[in-house]
Design a protein around this ligand. Structure first.
Ligand SMILES: [Zn+2]
Length: 85
């Protein structure tokens, strides 16, 4: 069915069953190391902070009378009650 199984076939099967799992485990650990790096986490945190500030700038409007920040959808300033928009 498989023909003659010589020492080379046994060596090849042994290679596939021993070396391949080691390689798979090694590459998985390397990928985890890149994802879980402390430097990368700091970078993503920094990006999240900057986007948060940008969103706040977009949805907030500065009152021309008291210079305090108010929401865009609010028609009156929450600080000095002046009309905005
Ligand atoms: Zn105001």
């Amino acid at each position: 069915m498989f023909g003659k199984i010589g020492p080379w076939q046994i060596a090849l099967i042994a290679f596939l069953f021993i070396v391949l799992p080691i390689l798979i485990v090694f590459f998985r650990s390397v990928r985890r190391g890149y994802k879980g790096g402390s430097k990368n986490q700091e970078k993503t945190k920094h990006i999240a902070k900057t986007t948060e500030i940008k969103i706040k700038e977009v949805i907030k409007v500065r009152c021309p009378y008291c210079q305090s920040l108010a929401d865009v959808d609010v028609k009156k300033c929450p600080n000095c009650n002046a009309n905005i928009n």
